[in-house]
Design a protein around this ligand. Structure first.
Ligand code: SF4
Length: 411
């Protein structure tokens, strides 16, 4: 772990609420959410997706409750789900009441499309009596039309005002088990809205860039918005809204939190060099095969795949384990020290075997496992051979510089 990994981000203090067994806000670990894309009435299909989401790192799952069949499905799903279930409600406040009857752990209401105060207050009163939390889920695309008019379009302030208006209705019936989101598909707008909201409320915030779209653009947009806010200490729970298999949303959420040091790493952190003219192997292929090989392994290690033995072991010296290619061989290193040499075709298998050993016995035992002098000698041999062939300067920079100077002098 590097120093910056262990940095404790100054998180904004928020109130704490509970969504089933998951605490949100008030210093609780940031949770990952996603949403099923099955028909909620399809109980078995929905549960299958919920289990897959939970396995991918999702802490809370939302299901749509858009009709009576969906509400009945929720009644069967909730007791069998491994994670708390939130019902997503649009337009029909009666569906919110039906979902509460089904025993859901939370509701999401869109203030833009359930607008009658008496309906909002009826749902909040019922949620209050049952101790169930509600997310005020403002969405830029379905902003309350009056607020849209008032602000001359979609603005950060209009979204924040929409949330405040809903909060006032909740306060009237003494309901405060609330979290809030102000999502927009425009990243800058979304970031502005959350910053503004975070200044005026201490209710926990659910972060997301709505309708971020398919991969890879959707991932980039969602990460840009969510990560910016998390690094400012804003946000208590997150959701990636991707046009993709929801498993990708859960995975992305978990990976983001792990990479920001906000969630304990459970899986391999695979790092790899981007490859360059010096690479002696197809780094992309080896990295992809390593990614597949480690996908389901619960090994909280950083593992490096490097294209050449000239720079690889040094550049990845902080990694727990790594491999660098050289002269048709793979040079394995542990914390930057060469430990073994394997044929190029066995690089991925060797990584898996050594990673498993390190996980079970530790780094020191791995370094004592073999006589490292042999591996170091072989690595030096291949490094020197590569340098003799390519030179220190794989990009031939000295020749280029001479050429550049000549070109400039001629002008
Ligand atoms: S490790 Fe070697 S192949 Fe990979 S980017 Fe660095 S110099 Fe290039």
């Amino acid at each position: 772990m590097t120093k910056s990994d262990s940095k404790n981000y100054q998180r904004k203090k928020t109130r704490q609420i509970q969504v089933g067994k998951v605490l949100v806000g008030g210093g609780a670990p940031i949770s990952v959410q996603s949403m099923t894309i099955t028909k909620t009435a399809d109980v078995e299909g929905t549960l299958q997706q919920i289990y897959a989401l939970a396995a991918a790192g999702c802490d809370i799952v939302r299901c749509t409750c858009n009709d009576a069949a969906a509400a009945e499905g929720l009644a069967k799903i909730v007791p069998r789900s491994p994670v708390p279930i939130i019902a997503d409600i649009h337009h029909q406040y009666r569906m919110a009441l039906a979902a509460l009857e089904a025993g859901v752990h939370g509701l999401r209401l869109n203030p833009g499309n359930i607008r009658k105060p008496e309906h909002i207050k009826a749902v909040a009163s019922e949620a209050r009596d049952r101790g169930v939390s509600i997310r005020i889920g403002v969405n830029g695309g379905s902003l309350d039309s009056d607020l849209y008019e008032k602000h001359g379009g979609l603005t950060a302030l209009a979204m924040v005002e929409s949330a405040q208006q809903e909060l006032r209705y909740f306060e009237e019936v003494d309901f405060n088990l609330v979290k809030i989101s102000v999502k927009a598909s425009n990243v800058v707008l979304m970031v502005d809205a959350y910053r503004m909201l975070s200044e005026i409320t201490d209710f926990p915030l659910h972060l997301g860039v709505t309708e971020a779209g398919p991969l890879p653009g959707g991932l980039v947009k969602a990460t840009a918005g969510i990560a910016t806010l998390l690094l400012e200490g804003i946000g208590d729970t997150i959701r990636y809204s991707l046009t993709a298999d929801p498993i990708e949303e859960a995975r992305a959420g978990r990976l983001l939190l792990e990479s920001l040091g906000l969630r304990e790493r459970k899986n391999v952190d695979l790092i790899a060099c981007p490859s360059c003219g010096r690479a002696e192997v197809d780094v992309i292929d080896i990295a992809q095969r390593a990614q597949q090989a480690f996908a389901d392994k619960k090994l909280p290690l950083q593992i490096a795949v490097m294209g050449c033995v000239v720079n690889g072991p040094g550049e990845a010296r902080e990694a727990d384990l790594g491999i660098a290619a050289g002269n048709k061989r793979g040079h394995l290193f542990v914390k930057g020290r060469n430990v073994a040499v394997v044929p190029e075709s066995e690089m991925v298998e060797a990584l898996v075997e050594w990673a498993t050993f390190i996980h079970e016995h530790g780094t020191d035992a791995a370094l004592k496992r073999v006589d490292t002098t042999i591996a170091e000698r072989e690595a030096a041999k291949d490094r020197n051979a590569a340098l003799a062939e390519q030179g220190d300067d794989a990009n031939h920079d000295q020749e280029r510089i001479v050429e550049i100077r000549r070109t400039v002098a001629e002008k």
